[in-house]
Every structure is written in C-alpha cells, then in structure tokens.
Design a protein. Structure first.
Length: 218
C-alpha cells in the first residue's frame, strides 16, 4: 500500500470523549481539585500527564499526577465493556482498506483500553497497525505519534492523511507534514479545527464515508 489513512480513536471513531471528561472531572474532584467540565473537554486528547499539567498548571504538586491518572483510568474503566463506536466507523475503515489505504490507528490508549476500543470499532481486518503514545517520547500535539504511524505504514507524509477530532490532533498532523481531516463528533467547533490545521471537516465517520469521493481520502 502506497498511502496511509491515520486515525485518532477516542472521539473520532469511538464516542468516548464525554466519558473521559466525566472520569477526569471525578478524579480531579476526589483529589480536591475543582476543574470545570468544559475545561476538561478542551484538554481531552492530550496524554494523561500533559492533560494534568495543562489543567492544573506548573504550581500543582506533581507527585499527585500519577494518582490522578490512575483515578481517571479506574473511573473510565467502568465503561470499557460498552464503548459505543461512532456511526459507520468500522465501515469507513473497511472501505479505505478496500480502496488501497493502509489504515493505522494513532492513540494514547493501550492494553485493555485499546482492546475495548478495537472491539467497539469491529474492523480489525482493515487495520494495518496501531501507533500508541507509549511508543514515542512525546504525545500529541507533538508530531511523533503521527510520524510513528507513518513509519509503521511505510508511507511518506505526502502520501498520508490524518483524521482526528481535537486541536491537538490537527496540530500533530500538521507538524508531521500530513493533510488533516477533522470530525465534529468529539465536540470541538469547526473553526477551532480549521484554525489548527484541518483541510476539511466532517460531522462524523458516517458523513466522511458518504462524502469520501470528494474528500482528501478520495
């Protein structure tokens, strides 16, 4: 395959962003931090350590970071057996695979969480590889996760498209030199995605699938 379609997972293929918001909000609350849900939502998509630093600032007690991340993981884990795929997410990946694209997932999830996400998508036959934030030194918005995905696919940046739902995704893809496609199903406004580097924006995977012929993934 000579071209790669790289996909973020949470909020892009699986409807999990607001589950993450609630889990992070509760983890912060239990630790004595009152962080508004809207602020948490804007930070979703960052790696756990970066999300905590982004929301609590440099004057926080960094010794709490690991406990906060563990609290979020435990709270979010309650939903892992019933994560909902976004409309036609699996069919989009299968269509791209049939059209000759190497489909690579770029996600900060790993282990049981990643397995649950892949079960929700139900398109393992179409997925070439998975690039985890655990495989790189810096997560989004740094370009390394997308660059690692391209290495796994064996495809140069100019032959790739990255699909995501957050400004962190768009910035990571842009810095990696790939075309970026945004989706609105993660809850981030179109203008923010476009300002951060999205060449095109669609409502969700079903909308992108229906408009595939005129999209950057044509």
């Amino acid at each position: 395959m000579e071209r790669a379609a790289v996909f973020d997972v949470d909020g892009t293929l699986v409807d999990t962003n607001h589950l993450h918001v609630v889990a992070w909000w509760e983890a912060f609350r239990q630790a004595g931090h009152h962080v508004p849900m809207h602020a948490v939502h804007r930070a979703v998509g960052l790696p756990s350590g970066d999300l905590v630093a982004h929301l609590l600032g440099d004057d926080r007690d960094p010794d709490q970071d690991a406990d906060l991340s563990a609290g979020h993981k435990a709270l979010y884990g309650q939903y892992c057996d019933r994560l909902p795929a976004l409309p036609q997410a699996g069919e989009l990946l299968r269509r791209l695979h049939r059209n000759g694209w190497a489909v690579v997932l770029a996600t900060s999830a790993g282990g049981a969480e990643l397995s649950a996400l892949r079960r929700a998508i139900d398109a393992d036959d179409a997925i070439t590889a998975t690039a985890s934030a655990d495989d790189v030194d810096a997560g989004k918005p740094a370009p390394e996760p997308v660059e690692h995905a391209l290495e796994l696919a064996g495809v140069p940046a100019e032959r790739a498209v990255f699909v995501g739902d957050t400004v962190w995704d768009m910035r990571a893809g842009s810095r990696a030199g790939v075309r970026c496609v945004g989706v609105l199903c993660g809850g981030i406004p179109r203008a923010d995605l476009e300002e951060s580097g999205a060449d095109a924006v669609y409502a969700d995977p079903a909308h992108l699938l229906s408009a595939l012929a005129g999209s950057p993934l044509a």
